[in-house]
Design a protein. Structure first.
Length: 215
């Protein structure tokens, strides 16, 4: 009987381990690309502040040529908010809008990269837990998982807040733009769900401690 019951469990653990490994690879790739995007945006912003003549201005974007091979750009798009860095072609660029939007885009990319980093860490811990789980105590309720879920939730909630603050600042500075809420609303909703899931893990750990105390 022991061998019959152990096979499905091991098969499920194997499938879970493979899914966790695939998710880990995807999360790490996403983290790297988001940090690259944050660095590229910061480079264009610094170039604008230090040597704006090195940039080529187009409608609602600034381009920095890298060795004449490719361009890295700074646009007015931050999540759901589109800021018009210049009202029309050849018009003066709104300096405040460019700096504020550059900082906001860098911050949003960094927050999303941190969230992906937490996902990668969770996948890595899930893989370790599956491979080295104690059959006598297979519970996944652990403090580190609750902490990472909570951090992910706050990162995802902070990103739309940064985009909204940037939109308000640019509007005050005289830059026009447009806004919608679907992406920001989705990120906030997922963030709240992750925070609730973190509280569930906290509650599960407290119940386990109570049961262990009774035993």
């Amino acid at each position: 009987m022991a061998t019959k019951t152990s096979r499905p469990v091991s098969r499920q653990a194997d499938l879970l381990g493979r899914a966790g490994a695939a998710a880990l690879i995807i999360a790490r790739i996403g983290t790297v690309f988001l940090w690259i995007a944050a660095a590229a945006t910061a480079i264009v912003l610094v170039a604008f502040i230090v040597a704006s003549g090195a940039l080529t201005a187009g409608y609602n974007r600034l381009d920095l040529s890298v060795g004449g091979v490719f361009n890295i750009s700074l646009t007015g798009q931050v999540l759901d908010y589109s800021i018009f860095l210049q009202p029309y072609d050849d018009a003066p660029i709104n300096t405040v809008a460019v700096i504020a939007t550059g900082l906001a885009r860098t911050a949003v990319y960094a927050l999303l990269a941190l969230a992906f980093g937490q996902i990668a860490a969770l996948c890595d811990e899930l893989k370790t837990w599956v491979e080295h789980a104690d059959p006598a105590s297979p519970s996944p309720f652990r403090a580190v998982i609750a902490e990472r879920l909570s951090r992910m939730g706050w990162y995802l909630i902070a990103a739309p807040v940064v985009a909204l603050v940037n939109y308000i600042v640019c509007s005050i500075a005289g830059a026009s733009g447009s806004a919608s809420l679907w992406m920001s609303g989705l990120l906030v909703m997922i963030g709240i769900m992750l925070l609730l899931l973190a509280r569930i893990f906290d509650y599960g750990m407290s119940l386990e401690r109570e049961v262990d105390g009774l035993l």
